[in-house]
Design a protein around this ligand. Structure first.
Ligand code: LLP
Length: 404
């Protein structure tokens, strides 16, 4: 995004034009950013050519996933719905991994029928269930076991998954037991050790610790895994002051790991692929003055973008047209939903704003639409993919009649 003659543009398209033609609120994705993110991700880990499975939960738009597929990625899914969307987008089932703590028998059956690459089991009961289903089908199923490495990802508590108090994965003691139980199984092919310690990780040190824990446990089991699935979690900068994940150091730590344990690596990145590609264009409905504060009431709300309400996450807000005049007052950007948490951001100063003007909420590509809902019976926004001067509708604006 950049300002050309004071007008904000996404690739070569003016935000004003988008709003006029397609209405607001509108989710807009930049294709060139998406492509750049994927190329960079591959380059960062080129030395060991990992299998990169896009975490579909971060964005479930089938047209976006189709582009991601064309750029060479597989998929990491956590439900039957996500598996369906990945298949519909044309992702080769041999590049699909299925994670999640509570896969039902129906979901396991479906995954087996689709011949996906790997099911990552997260409990003893689940791996027993997979074996039972595989036996009935007279098949040998490729399974990964998700280890809980008891590593603090040093991220928001709500999106931390690798500590022993989190519900995810299997502790080291049970892990060893399960490897011994299943290493010679007729219906389970133990293919992979998997981990995922959390999301929005900006420090490489938790990853180093995680790799050390994995190595420690691998030394305890007499079994050779072909694959190690390191999950996703790579963070992005939501503002200029935020530090950046040092991919060089993470890469180095993995190289060190691989020199001790020769294997193939899988990644499941979501946010780092799609996060900074998305913006939410929204119109100011009203401006309400209240004492020393201004409420900027937008036509986008927490149902369109949950992250601020859910985690106190900060997404920058910028105007669609730059003006010189600054108003030094608290500006609270809020949505129209009947909840006090329906508030995106408060800024101490902002340029003079008027009703009907447009603003843009930044970096909403990951966990934006996918966490969206119809709360207050609000229709979901239109989604657009912008490539150079071309704008393509990749999801129509929902109509009230779609859900009433
Ligand atoms: N693999 C597994 C097993 C996961 O649970 C997740 C995310 C990922 C991969 C992808 O992680 P990423 O690369 O996107 O960090 N709704 C929260 C994020 C929840 C992440 C859940 N798991 C947010 O908006 O920040």
């Amino acid at each position: 995004m950049k300002y050309i003659k004071k007008k904000l543009t996404i690739e070569n398209v003016k935000v004003d034009y988008i709003a006029k033609k397609y209405g607001t609120p509108a989710y807009c994705y930049s294709y060139s950013k998406l492509k750049r993110n994927i190329v960079n991700f591959k380059n960062n880990f080129r030395s060991f050519s990992p299998l990169i499975c896009f975490a579909v939960k971060s964005n479930t738009n089938v047209n976006l996933i189709r582009e991601i597929k064309k750029l060479g990625l597989g998929a990491d899914v956590v439900s039957m719905g996500e598996l369906m969307v990945a298949v519909k987008a044309g992702i080769n089932p041999k590049k699909i991994v299925f994670s999640g703590v509570g896969k039902t028998a129906e979901e396991i059956n479906y995954a087996i029928n689709k011949k996906i690459f790997l099911i990552n089991a997260e409990s003893e009961s689940e791996i027993n269930q997979i074996e039972k289903i595989a036996k009935l089908k007279r098949k040998k199923i490729k399974v990964g076991i998700r280890l809980n490495p008891n590593t603090d990802a040093k991220t928001l508590n709500q999106i931390s998954t690798g500590k022993k108090e989190n519900k995810f994965g299997i502790n080291s003691k049970t892990f060893v037991k399960l490897v011994n139980k299943y290493k010679k199984s007729k219906n389970i092919e133990l293919k992979c050790l998997s981990v995922h310690i959390g999301s929005q990780i900006l420090d490489h040190k938790p990853y180093e610790k995680m790799l050390k824990s994995i190595l420690k446990i691998l030394k305890k089991v007499e079994y050779k895994f072909e694959f190690i699935d390191l999950g996703g979690g790579m963070g992005i900068s939501y503002n200029d002051r935020q530090k950046k994940l040092d991919y060089g150091k993470y890469h180095l730590a993995i190289k060190k790991f691989l020199s001790n344990y020769k294997s193939k690596i899988i990644f499941e990145p979501g946010r780092s692929i799609i996060g900074n590609t998305g913006t939410l264009v929204s119109k100011i409905i009203y401006i309400k003055k209240s004492g020393k504060k201004k409420f900027i009431i937008l036509d986008a709300a927490m149902n369109d973008l949950m992250r601020p309400a859910l985690y106190g996450a900060i997404h920058n807000i910028i105007p669609s047209i730059k003006k010189a005049k600054i108003s030094k007052q608290n500006h609270e950007f809020v949505g129209p939903i009947c909840e006090s948490t329906d508030s995106f951001l408060t800024l101490k100063k902002f340029q003079e704003l008027r009703e009907n003007e447009l603003i843009v909420i930044c970096d909403v590509g990951a966990y934006g639409t996918s966490l969206g809902s119809n709360y207050n019976l609000r229709p979901k926004p239109i989604e657009l993919l912008i490539n150079g001067s071309k704008v393509k509708i990749i999801k129509k604006r929902q109509k009230h009649k779609d859900f009433i």
